[in-house]
Design a protein around this ligand. Structure first.
Ligand SMILES: Cc1cc2nc3c(=O)[nH]c(=O)nc-3n(C[C@H](O)[C@H](O)[C@H](O)COP(=O)(O)OP(=O)(O)OC[C@H]3O[C@@H](n4cnc5c(N)ncnc54)[C@H](O)[C@@H]3O)c2cc1C
Length: 460
């Protein structure tokens, strides 16, 4: 615990230095502002600095360091383990650093450090451009990018970090630097997967790629077909062209817009994103239709519509319990566990996803970025989710049991953005052979581990 015992004039000086608001426990908006996306996380920080610009971030970093205050950095606040917030310390909140600028000529998008992915989708779409990110638009650009970034455009354009051109950062000593392939190269390497361990990114510059209208959406089968569909999917996956993306899911069908007869039914499914020529779609998609889905909702739509399709089903404020693994292969024994735990889905929001890591993401070397698991095929995530705190045991129990049953078939580490607090060995396993280089860079730029509320890379 880092109880914040500071003299009122020190706090007042900090408040005056900030352009943004400084929120303390007695303030009426404190309880609302300390909330993060995952309602299972209930931390009570000593203060929250709502930074408006780089200068505010520098002031907050200097204040934290000089007063030996624990700090956490919050981008979109979506993190599985609630790593945007801390008990007693200072939350450096970036959510008001929100801007985008599309450079059509250079095909780039500059993005403020506190944006959500929906902001980037919205900005790029008018120009027929997109940056690869995840499968939900409310996720923060900051955390998702710094951890890697897996989603609908992975096979076509790679991970989010593969599209990062440069970033402006505030380091632990309060200096502001730009990192890119030409400037501060070691830091540029480290932030492409190493999370928030090295500094606070106030601005990202991404390469944007041509994406406008895609053909996407889910195909669903009754849960009793899981064995057949998962065995088919694991083979079809290997033949899928880079223009076709599909993540596998075990789920319970929510309400509208799904048809009434499906509401509340446990199903397995694949959510697709096809980015190739529309004339070729029917031919490429025929093998999926040959599996005779019980429900198909696949059609042309603007890319931002696909990326926000599931937002309404997963609003802020649900209880989430997470477990993850990287997966090379899905042997029959693992399929059997998926069949078992799919039938046991404990609540309507709980789910299991297998996110592909393929195509362009495979073409980047294992040591080119800290993201070591380039050759693996899927990032598996098991999430027990429910609005009701009373169901906490039910969702955590199912998630842990499911994880224990499938973990023996995994590749070792897990995607850091899908992990809760699972200890240092797990962080090391997730960075594999890149961990030592990350430690070296951490030692150089953050020797006192000032940035430690994250999947922590310890400097010693
Ligand atoms: C519903 C849901 C769906 C998701 N889907 C996907 C997906 O499809 N693909 C995927 O890759 N991930 C996905 N994720 C995981 C997501 O990438 C992580 O939760 C990520 O940490 C969220 O980033 P954030 O900025 O919202 O989080 P926060 O909680 O704000 O921060 C997470 C971590 O990043 C650090 N951080 C955040 N912003 C900055 C910054 N600007 N500078 C320095 N450090 C920063 C924080 O200090 C913290 O350690 C999903 C998460 C949820 C809840």
């Amino acid at each position: 615990m880092h109880k914040m015992i500071l003299k009122p004039d020190v706090i007042e000086e900090f408040r005056i230095a900030l352009r943004g608001e400084l929120i303390l426990p007695p303030d009426t908006n404190y309880d609302e502002e300390r909330k993060v996306y995952n309602a299972m996380i209930d931390k009570k920080p000593g203060m929250i600095a709502k930074c408006t610009d780089v200068t505010d971030v520098i002031s907050a970093v200097n204040f934290g360091r000089e007063n030996k205050v624990l700090i956490s950095v919050r981008g979109g606040g979506h993190n599985a383990g609630g790593l945007g917030i801390c008990n007693d310390g200072l939350v450096i909140d970036l959510s008001n650093i929100k801007y985008t600028h599309v450079d059509v000529k250079k095909q780039t998008i500059r993005v403020g450090g506190g944006c959500q992915w929906g902001d980037v989708d919205h900005a790029g779409h008018a120009f027929g451009l997109a940056v690869p990110a995840g499968i939900i638009s409310t996720t923060g650009v900051g955390g998702l990018t710094l951890g890697g970034g897996l989603g609908y455009l992975t096979p076509k354009y790679g991970l989010t970090i593969d599209n990062l051109l440069s970033a402006d950062m505030v380091l632990a000593d309060g200096t502001a630097v730009t990192v890119s392939a030409d400037e501060n190269k070691d830091l540029f390497w480290a932030i492409r997967g190493g999370g928030g361990n090295f500094g606070i990114v106030t601005s990202f510059l991404f390469k944007a790629s041509p994406i406008h209208t895609i053909i996407g959406g889910p195909t669903l089968w009754d849960i009793k077909h899981t064995e057949k569909i998962l065995k088919w999917y694991r083979e079809f996956f290997k033949e899928m062209p880079e223009n076709l993306y599909g993540f596998f899911a075990l789920l319970t069908v929510p309400g509208p817009p799904f048809p009434n007869e499906l509401h509340g039914r446990k199903m397995c499914g694949v959510v697709w994103n096809y980015t190739g020529s529309p004339e070729d779609f029917d031919k490429i998609f025929q093998p999926v239709r040959d599996m005779i889905p019980d429900f198909e909702f696949v059609g042309p739509m603007p890319f931002p519509a696909l990326n926000s399709m599931f937002d309404p089903f997963y609003p802020k404020g649900l209880q989430w319990y997470w477990r993850a693994d990287f997966i090379n292969e899905i042997p029959d024994a693992a399929v059997a566990e998926h069949v078992k735990y799919g039938e046991l889905l404990p609540t309507p929001h709980s789910t299991m996803h297998l996110y592909p890591i393929n195509g362009a993401a495979h073409k980047v070397g294992e040591e080119e970025t800290p993201w070591a698991y380039r050759k693996t095929n899927w990032s598996q995530v098991i999430v027990g989710v429910d609005p009701d705190f009373a169901n906490k045991e039910k969702i955590t129990g199912w998630t842990k049991d499911y994880y224990e049953a499938t973990h023996p078939y995994s590749a070792g580490g897990a995607y850091v953005n899908f992990m809760m607090d699972e200890g240092q060995d797990r962080v090391k396993a997730s960075y594999g052979k890149n961990y030592n280089r990350l430690v070296k860079i951490k030692k150089q730029y953050d020797p006192n581990n000032f940035f430690r509320v994250n999947q922590n890379i310890k400097p010693n």
